[in-house]
Design a protein around this ligand. Structure first.
Ligand SMILES: Cc1cc2nc3c(=O)[nH]c(=O)nc-3n(C[C@H](O)[C@H](O)[C@H](O)COP(=O)(O)O)c2cc1C
Length: 317
């Protein structure tokens, strides 16, 4: 019998908002827990309306959603924690993974991993001042893969629910491979439950990660889930072949997110750009991803976009 595991949807800002999550869950399933893209503050102590919409329980039909915050500031964290609590969430995930210089230079995201004093200060205050469960999402470090190991001593002081690790450094951005050896070092000494994250793109990769890390029971999938929305379901059911309704379901899913974004976004350019963003990932399901993506990109207006999608999907029927 295969080992029990949970599959988590790793958040992608700009992609995995409530419209995407709801449609994904309705058409494909296979994900146990969805992480919402981060709440971020821009100098003001207020939750932007786009984040409010995304977390509003009325807008969310997935069974388990965990909000996330990206900050190095105690007051911002407290505000986010109290806000999500007021909506009924009992867990807040703290992003120490974001690799972009605009974020890391301000000591946030993966730029915070090696700043143990600030991590300590924030976790201390937050645990004293608000009753909420905190989980972490980290990279291995910003510069080096062992920064995270040094942070464990600090993290061990707090009752964190889990630490999800994207097994790259911040400096790598999304380039180069994941560091499985460095992840193993984390497994050896981590004071909390670890979740594996990074480059799970096929059932085979998932199985190889499961074999490599037999004590890990939680696996997060980010880009792989957008590139192939069937992936979690196929992992969950240990499938080699796609379901017979693979493309019908994909079409229905596509049409639903298109309709929902079209309703929300003003004008043809934003909706085209939104869907083009998705096709940057969707295209990977097709024999020639570059050609497929180019077809979408070339479509100058929505009518041509719809024609391009029809052509692409008719070619795989
Ligand atoms: C466009 C984009 C947006 C992302 N936004 C977030 C985010 O809001 N919060 C977060 O923790 N990680 C974010 N990530 C990182 C992913 O959740 C994930 O950790 C990373 O892509 C590695 O997993 P994967 O190889 O399965 O995609 C983002 C990644 C990308 C490419």
């Amino acid at each position: 019998m295969s080992k029990p595991f949970t599959l988590l949807s790793s958040p992608l800002q700009g992609f995995t908002d409530f419209r995407f999550r709801n449609a994904f869950h309705e058409f494909f399933g296979g994900i146990d827990v969805f992480y919402a893209p981060y709440i971020r503050f821009n100098g003001k102590l207020e939750i932007k309306s786009s984040y409010q919409r995304d977390l509003d329980p009325e807008n969310n039909q997935v069974p388990h959603l965990v909000p996330q915050v990206m900050t190095a500031d105690v007051d911002e964290f407290l505000l986010a924690a109290n806000y999500v609590k007021s909506l009924g969430y009992y867990e807040l995930n703290w992003n120490l993974g974001c690799p972009y210089p605009m974020v890391t230079k301000r000591g946030m995201g993966s730029g915070l991993i090696d700043n143990r004093d600030q991590i300590d200060l924030l976790l201390d205050r937050v645990h004293k001042e608000v009753d909420i469960t905190i989980s972490m999402k980290m990279r291995l470090g910003y510069e080096e893969t062992d920064e995270i190991l040094r942070s464990f001593e600090t993290l061990a002081k707090y009752p964190l629910k889990s630490i999800a690790i994207h097994a790259r450094t911040g400096k790598q951005l999304y380039k180069g491979g994941v560091h499985l050896d460095a992840f193993q070092k984390c497994v050896d000494v981590a004071p909390h439950t670890l979740y594996y994250n990074g480059d799970i793109t096929t059932v085979e990769v998932f199985k190889s990660r499961q074999e490599a890390f037999p004590t890990i029971e939680h696996f997060m999938i980010g880009r792989g889930l957008i590139a192939d929305p069937w992936l979690p379901f196929m992992i969950r059911n240990d499938m080699k072949d796609y379901p017979v309704d693979r493309w019908e379901k994909f079409r229905a899913f596509h049409d639903q997110i298109y309709a929902h974004y079209d309703e929300f976004l003003q004008g043809p350019t934003p909706i085209k750009m939104k869907m083009q963003g998705f096709w940057g990932y969707f295209a990977e399901q097709f024999d020639n991803p570059q050609k497929t993506f180019k077809k979408i990109k070339k479509a100058g207006n929505l009518r041509n976009y719809v024609t391009a999608v029809n052509e692409i999907l008719n070619s795989v029927k």
